[in-house]
Design a protein around this ligand. Structure first.
Ligand SMILES: Cc1cc2nc3c(=O)[nH]c(=O)nc-3n(C[C@H](O)[C@H](O)[C@H](O)COP(=O)(O)O)c2cc1C
Length: 258
């Protein structure tokens, strides 16, 4: 069983391909599961694979909250595996996930990372990949996922890109990022908005409602996945001024550089 959280489609694509090979069923974490105070699921199959994007070298807060709350029957009887997608590197994200899984009394086994095109744009200095770089990562994905599938039931060292300064990034930057950089407040639509509703449909938290003209209004239950920003066909979702000159990437749509 693969439990997947995905904002911009990368992790969903990796999970779907993995499931094709392993025969696992896929459960997508949507608003009904992520916003529930007491979500319930039952384990199907010989393992639980947790698939999610790396956020600021850690586990997305909505995924951590779900792990802490879910009543997952059968979870203590099977090994748990982490598959995270990232633009570059994951720091000590694996250690954070292991702690969360063990806190539930479950067995954390193997950990993998899969590089995919970057989706993060809301801080200065960070932007989506150039199309050639994104294409290269996408071309490498099938072989990488086949390699993950081949070793998913083996014990072994973490098969991840930790990057430089992993402790600092996960232990210092992650908590700061979650506190200071993940607010949905600066999201707004620009005058280019065509009220197509794609941002609302893409939101895994069902956190975006239309106003009387069909334009998006953001609530407080944001996962900060940037699905709304990246999926917009006319670059009309802005995060304050920080995304004015940034590109967009959403799995399956053409990358757009500004
Ligand atoms: C809020 C946020 C933080 C991110 N932090 C990292 C990071 O620390 N390291 C990294 O390599 N990629 C980072 N990324 C990029 C994503 O992990 C990567 O693009 C991922 O494949 C997106 O998956 P998704 O399309 O399923 O949402 C971040 C993306 C977002 C939106």
């Amino acid at each position: 069983m693969i439990i997947v959280f995905s904002g911009c489609g990368n992790t969903a694509a990796v999970a779907a391909r993995l499931a094709q090979i392993t025969g696992d069923s896929v459960v997508r974490l949507d608003a009904s599961l992520l916003r529930s105070e007491a979500p319930r699921l039952a384990v199907a199959g010989p393992r639980v694979v947790w698939a999610f994007p790396t956020y600021s070298w850690g586990v997305p807060p909505v995924v951590r909250r779900f792990i802490a709350r879910v009543e997952l029957s059968g979870a203590a009887d099977v090994p748990h595996v982490m598959v995270t997608t990232c633009g570059d590197d994951i720091g000590e994200c694996a250690a954070m996930w292991r702690r969360d899984i063990r806190a539930r009394g479950w067995q954390a086994r193997r950990v993998f990372s899969v590089q995919m095109p970057n989706t993060y744009t809301t801080m200065s200095g960070f932007d989506v990949d150039a199309p050639a770089v994104a294409d290269e990562k996408l071309a490498a994905m099938p072989a990488r996922v086949a390699g993950v599938a081949a070793r998913i039931d083996e014990d072994g060292p973490d098969d991840v890109v930790r990057g430089s300064w992993p402790r600092l990034k996960t232990r210092v930057v992650y908590p700061w990022f979650v506190r200071m950089e993940m607010s949905p407040r600066p999201f707004r639509h620009t005058h280019d908005c065509i009220a197509c509703g794609k941002c609302m449909k893409a939101c895994p938290m069902a956190n975006i409602e239309p106003d009387e003209d069909g334009h998006p209004v953001w609530g407080d239950a944001c996962a900060f996945c940037l699905g709304c920003y990246n999926v917009c066909p006319v670059h009309a979702v802005a995060y304050g001024r920080k995304t004015a000159r940034k590109g967009q990437y959403y799995y399956g749509l053409p990358s757009r550089c500004r």
